[in-house]
Design a protein around this ligand. Structure first.
Ligand SMILES: NC(=O)c1ccc[n+]([C@@H]2O[C@H](COP(=O)([O-])OP(=O)(O)OC[C@H]3O[C@@H](n4cnc5c(N)ncnc54)[C@H](O)[C@@H]3O)[C@@H](O)[C@H]2O)c1
Length: 178
């Protein structure tokens, strides 16, 4: 949910973890197209549409996991992810910025469906071992990092880079210090 740099990495991670159905959600069409290019099987502008499809494809149960990678996370985003997962499913929250507001979740579902809400920082990785592993995957072509860069900027163009970031037109914009 949210196809920026973090979300497109979640798409790649889900595929590596063996997911056969990966539903990407982003209000921006370009981001939805990029998600498909990276292997997402479906993409939608809203969580309602995505959750409907997840239920249709799983005999009414819902998604195994919903990963919240929205730029500025609001409590309702976490509530939508929680509502979209199946019994025993996990809603993962990686995005920041929601403040301390209460998350609207169904407490009956929390207990009876044994759902989980999981925070995640840097993919819960061990940088010492995992970054080496990720670089090896990149060298083998199994981790698509170059394709995540929509545009590069010189240092002089950094203002344009910020404008483009706010306009949401890059998957990732990268400043080169040549
Ligand atoms: N947990 C971590 O380790 C970690 C690391 C880096 C960044 N972050 C956080 O992860 C989040 C994502 O970072 P990013 O760099 O990918 O951001 P980004 O701005 O590149 O991407 C966010 C995406 O969310 C989309 N979006 C906005 N509202 C949405 C909605 N209601 N539903 C679906 N999509 C929506 C935007 O269109 C955008 O494509 C940020 O909150 C960032 O601070 C977390």
């Amino acid at each position: 949910m949210g196809i920026g740099g973090i979300g497109i990495s979640a798409v790649q991670g889900a595929l590596h973890a063996g997911a056969t159905t990966v539903i990407a959600v982003d209000p921006v069409e370009f981001k939805r197209d990029e998600a498909k290019r990276f292997g997402a099987t479906h993409s939608f502008a809203t969580m309602d549409e995505a959750a409907d499809l997840a239920r249709q494809l799983s005999n009414g149960q819902g998604a195994d996991s919903a990963i919240v990678t929205v730029g500025i996370v609001k409590p309702e985003h976490v509530g939508q992810a929680f509502a979209a997962i199946r019994k025993g499913g996990t809603a993962v929250v990686t995005g920041l910025g929601g403040g301390g507001d209460a998350v609207p979740i169904d407490l009956t579902e929390l207990t009876l469906y044994q759902k989980r809400i999981q925070g995640s920082l840097f993919g819960q990785c061990n940088p010492t071992s995992d970054i080496v592993y990720l670089l090896d995957m990149y060298k083998l072509g199994a981790l698509r990092l170059d394709e995540m860069i929509t545009r590069t900027y010189s240092l002089d163009e950094i203002g344009q880079g910020y404008e483009d970031m706010h306009a949401g037109i890059n998957l990732r914009g990268v400043v080169l210090f040549d």
